[in-house]
Ligand binder design. Structure first.
Ligand code: 3PG
Length: 199
């Protein structure tokens, strides 16, 4: 799942076009820029076939804005029970971030069994996921943070990993140059990995 930072609203459509042409179907638009909500609503209109989510959800006050923009899911970097509850009230699917067993226990207690492990590579990556597998057998992970195409394959081979988040297919330099071909190629590589594990 591409983790996307849109600074220039004009880039939202061509970027999503490149990712969609590569076969990616789920996009996370992070709430880190002023135009993030506009990008979500314009992508929802232009690409009804894609699943468009809002990333970096950190505040309760953001939830209704995200829903109004048309986001179909949300991702948070950490776990906040009140945020989880607010998303539920708005029928907004949340992929909450966790970084420890304690945070995962709290998320599980609130019914979240599909979680983002963040920042994955910094906190132990695959070894951490392996360590959590037995005590948290019902939990499925979406590791994100510091992962690139060379590591993605091994993560995806883990039985308790459903998908991976990352920005490696959208290098900042390529985005600045609007090099949609390069972004499409990098996204195609990511998509090929996904296909290999879902075939
Ligand atoms: C995120 O918000 O999920 C991360 O910033 C993505 O991590 P990456 O840029 O290291 O892939």
């Amino acid at each position: 799942m591409p983790v996307i930072v849109i600074k220039d609203i004009e880039q939202a459509i061509p970027l999503a076009e490149a990712l969609a042409e590569a076969g990616l179907t789920v996009l996370e638009i992070t709430l880190r820029t002023a135009c993030a909500l506009d990008a979500i609503s314009s992508l929802r209109t232009r690409f009804p076939e894609l699943l468009i989510g809002a990333g970096t959800l950190r505040q309760i006050s953001q939830v209704s804005a995200v829903v109004d923009a048309g986001a179909q899911f949300a991702v948070s970097p950490g776990y906040d029970p009140d945020l989880g509850e607010t998303c539920r009230k708005h029928s907004l699917d949340l992929l909450p971030g966790i970084a420890s067993a304690s945070e995962l226990m709290r998320a599980n207690r609130d019914g979240f069994y599909f979680v983002k492990l963040f920042p994955a590579e910094t906190i132990g990556g695959m070894r951490l996921i392996q360590s959590l597998a037995s005590p948290f057998a019902e939990t499925i992970f979406c590791p994100t943070g510091g992962i690139d195409v060379s590591k993605a394959k091994d993560y995806l081979a883990m039985s308790n990993v459903a998908c991976i988040g990352g920005s490696w297919m959208i290098p900042a330099t390529a985005l600045a140059k609007e090099d949609w071909l390069l972004i499409r190629d990098l996204a195609s590589q990511a998509q090929a990995l996904e296909r290999a594990f879902t075939a």
